[in-house]
Design a protein around this ligand. Structure first.
Ligand SMILES: *Cc1c(COP(=O)(O)O)cnc(C)c1O
Length: 367
């Protein structure tokens, strides 16, 4: 019996290369784009292990849980790591980065997360890129949560390693990801005796055996379903228009923010300044005495399809994530999320005003 997900024709090297080219166009980059056959943690780790070693001095910016992970990998590679952590309700500034680089002038690697879906903040990468470029350090960026929701421009911003995943604002699959690699970053890897080689974590393998060979022969059987899903999701973005997709995310974030302020009940935006709030997802702070995980569970009982989650780890007590991304960057998802949270708050003796929230959504994001 044939099945739509099975019995597919093999994915050719040409098709694979054309999907890479489309992803490169999405990032407006002339750098090499490597599609990696796994969730975004694969290129995030591969890029660090490829470029960092005992001689590396890294400035690791922590604006959420992923920054923590990158610092651990860098230390594991033997790098000297200077962490720059900012409270999760804010973003880092280019000035803070400049100060840190002045304090540690030997820094030759900067790692940064663009937007954090887990904390709801976004960092000014264009400005930070100027500072990093002036210093001359290699610039590593996690753009998994920003791509599709706001501009991600590795060439214009001087990003040497820009990692993306399709599962957030791109509305695509989670099992495949990509990284754009500058000439400088390739040179750093080639000179790094510790860079993974003949390994699933190796980006160099892809350069030497795929890119340098003219993209004729794949290293192993491609993750076919994931590649087709990636192609479909890029096609869908191209059809809607990247600008329109990004505008939809910005509107969803602005409407959620305005809506929650009108809702009341003690709920407020987690990220204080609107310009530091990520378009991909909006985080909310629950009032003292209201457990975020419990409030989310109540709201989801009303509608399990709503894009609501509690924060991870210790944040589960105080943070709600409204994951209004991909196909859920809609008025309906925003309005529904706020209405369900309002009802859940009322059940817990915290009167809220879902009608006012709905009006605020309508005013902020007129149909
Ligand atoms: C979502 C996300 C990733 C990918 O991680 P998952 O655990 O698969 O969701 C990586 N980096 C950032 C900043 C993200 O928001």
């Amino acid at each position: 019996m044939s099945h739509p997900l099975l019995d597919l024709a093999p994915l050719s090297a040409d098709r694979f290369a054309s999907i890479e080219a489309r992803v490169a166009r999405l990032l407006d980059t002339a750098q090499d784009v490597v599609i990696t056959q796994g969730e975004a943690l694969l290129p995030l780790e591969g890029a660090i292990r490829g470029t960092a070693g005992p001689g590396t001095v890294a400035l690791n910016v922590i604006t959420g849980p992923y920054g923590q992970t990158f610092g651990d990998w860098l230390r594991d590679c033997g790098a000297t790591v200077h962490d720059l952590a900012v409270p999760f309700h804010t973003a880092v500034t280019a000035d803070r980065i400049a100060e840190a680089l002045a304090e540690h002038p030997e820094t030759d690697f900067v790692s940064l997360v663009h937007a954090e879906a887990a904390t709801g903040n976004t960092n000014p990468v264009a400005e930070i890129g100027e500072v990093v470029k002036a210093h001359g350090a290699l610039f590593y960026l996690d753009a998994v949560a920003s791509v599709g929701a706001e501009p991600v421009l590795p060439d214009a911003w001087g990003v040497d390693l820009c990692v993306i995943g399709a599962q957030k604002a791109m509305g695509g699959p989670a099992g495949v990801s990509a990284v754009s690699v500058s000439e400088r970053a390739w040179a750093r890897m080639a000179a790094n005796p510790r860079a993974p080689r003949r390994s699933y974590l190796s980006l160099l393998d892809w350069k030497e055996r795929w890119i340098d060979g003219g993209r004729k022969a794949l290293l192993h059987a491609p993750a076919q379903l994931e590649m087709l899903a990636l192609e479909a999701c890029v096609e869908r973005i191209e059809a809607e228009g990247l600008e329109t997709v990004m505008a939809r995310h910005a509107s969803a974030a602005a409407a959620t923010r305005a809506g929650v302020l009108a809702l009341g009940g003690g709920l407020e935006p987690y990220v204080h300044r609107a310009r530091e709030a990520a378009p991909v997802a909006t985080t909310l702070r629950t009032p003292a005495g209201v457990d975020a995980a419990e409030l989310v569970a109540r709201a989801l009982r009303a509608d399990p399809a709503l894009p609501l989650a509690a924060g991870g780890g210790a944040l589960a007590r105080e943070m709600i994530r409204v994951n209004h991304y991909g196909p859920l960057a809609t008025r309906e998802a925003v309005r529904g999320s706020l209405a369900a949270l309002g009802a859940a708050l009322a059940e817990q003796g915290r009167p809220a005003d879902p009608d006012a929230a709905s009006r605020a959504v309508e005013e902020t994001w007129p149909a």
